[in-house]
Design a protein around this ligand. Structure first.
Ligand SMILES: *Cc1c(COP(=O)(O)O)cnc(C)c1O
Length: 464
């Protein structure tokens, strides 16, 4: 039987708020969250009493439970996690993490007013794209540049500007889908351009393009096959040749590079990844690429190329709906500046650093994690350091694998799947991968400052 007297003694929300603990909460947390947490805890206690439990229901006794609930409700939905997957540009985990320079610049420009659209010297209204133009021109060798929200928007605005109700010639081998939501044929459709496929999946010749050109051709589009490769009996037309057709028929050639590499990464195992500079040098009229793939900056779509074409894009009314905000500008400008010194860029831009880091350094990091874990988890698992392969990108880069080092964990008491889940549900979440019956923590994508937290999370996962 429920204890009616005790039920009537349950504290009220107000009593909890006015208690010493309540006063502390009000200083630290948001009122609505506190009230919700108090209600939930009191409701839970009432239920316990009705079910016959003899719980202590004084405010002091339930304060700890309320606080736990407050902390849970106060957590952001978007939160940092530890990427132990080894995938550097992970589409689901936020792609590129920003450099310190980029982060500092976001904070310093966003906490003050800025000259976002103001020309300080003339004391009048300015253009927001002017800040980024000069550095992009210097780095890529293009005549002009503009930036939009992401690369999908960059492609879309090019199609809308130059090929509305006109034909766009694309090789069948380049009708790619990227990350599940960006498919060239569908982007084409929504822009109002007409897709004119040429060639076959594995081979497209220059004559295929030439034969397809007609009075209604708006663009020749080349799309980088970011996330897949056709190997064997293949042929594609390089931009340098495509440009001859473009010149002859006065049709712009747009190259959607996707990854946006600005430093040749072939010495580091990423082959066949053309740089933006090379693409411009070969003659592409416009090159589009992402800010947060190989560039290692914020999400953005960069468009570089001929002045006349870029200016036409800038006057497209769609531009207003695709414009990037000041925080992105701050991060992008700082990231681009880092490219003025390639050596520094490779070390200080996290995406580039992780992709080009020596096996030695990765091995050292793996060993450090191993040493910290060995003793605490020795009863629950076998653990060691092993060579493995890690991936450059999840769906946004070529299928490049590089040698890495992992901490491998073989569990005794719980299954490897249970361990993976506990790590994922931890605080912060740790995203690891499973290979057969081992849990792998890839040291390539672990930041040095995360090691301590990572170790705590793994130990906690075994003890929970
Ligand atoms: C990734 C990619 C896109 C889409 O870029 P977002 O920045 O994700 O919008 C378009 N084209 C190619 C070739 C890509 O690799």
């Amino acid at each position: 039987m429920p204890d009616r007297k005790k039920l009537s003694q349950l504290p009220s929300v107000d009593e909890c708020l006015k208690s010493p603990a309540g006063e502390e909460w009000l200083k630290k947390y948001y009122r609505k969250i506190i009230v919700r947490s108090i209600r939930e805890t009191i409701d839970a206690k009432r239920k316990e009493l009705i079910e016959g439990a003899d719980s202590d229901i004084s405010v002091d006794a339930i304060a700890a439970e309320i606080e736990k609930s407050i902390i849970r409700h106060s957590a952001y939905k978007l939160r940092p996690l530890i990427n132990a997957s080894g995938v550097v540009i992970h589409t689901n985990l936020g792609r590129s993490i920003l450099s310190d320079r980029a982060l500092e610049n976001i904070v310093s420009t966003a906490r003050s007013y800025s000259n976002l659209e103001y020309e300080i010297e003339k004391g009048k209204r300015g253009k927001r794209y002017s800040h980024i133009k000069d550095i992009l021109v210097e780095l890529t060798g293009a005549e002009d540049a503009v930036v939009v929200n992401n690369n999908a928007a960059a492609v879309l605005i090019c199609l809308d500007t130059f090929a509305k109700e006109k034909e766009v010639i694309v090789s069948r081998g380049e009708l790619v889908e990227i990350g599940g939501s960006f498919r060239i044929p569908e982007v084409m459709k929504s822009s109002g351009a007409i897709l004119r496929e040429v060639g076959t999946t594995n081979k497209t010749h220059l004559t295929d393009y030439e034969n397809a050109v007609c009075g209604n051709t708006g663009l020749l589009l080349k799309v980088h096959q970011s996330n897949y490769k056709i190997s064997g009996f293949t042929e594609e037309v390089p931009v340098s040749e495509l440009i001859r057709v473009g010149k002859e028929f006065r049709i712009p050639v747009v190259s959607d590079l996707g990854s946006g590499c600005m430093i040749s990464l072939s010495p580091y195992g990423i082959q066949d990844e053309p740089t933006v500079q090379e693409e411009i040098m070969e003659g592409a009229d416009i090159v589009t690429f992402s800010g947060d793939k190989l560039l290692g900056g914020p999400q953005a779509g960069l468009i570089v190329g001929r002045k006349k074409l870029i200016q036409k894009i800038q006057t497209n009314p769609m531009m207003r709906a695709m414009r990037i905000d000041k925080m992105t500008f701050a991060a992008l400008e700082a990231t681009l500046m880092q490219y003025l010194d390639e050596e520094k860029a490779l070390m200080q831009i996290p995406t580039l650093r992780m992709l080009t880091e020596s096996e030695d350094i990765i091995k050292k990091r793996a060993k450090k994690i191993f040493k910290a874990l060995k003793k605490p988890v020795s009863e629950s698992a076998d653990i060691d350091v092993q060579p493995e392969q890690s991936r450059a990108g999840g769906g946004s880069l070529p299928e490049a694998d590089f040698p890495t080092y992992v901490v491998s964990i073989r569990t005794h008491k719980i299954t490897v799947n249970a361990l993976e889940k506990k790590l994922r549900l931890g605080n912060p979440p740790v995203i690891a991968r499973i290979k057969e019956n081992e849990l792998l923590i890839d040291a390539r994508t672990i930041q040095d400052r995360e090691i301590k937290t990572l170790v705590t999370c793994v130990i906690a996962a075994f003890n929970k």
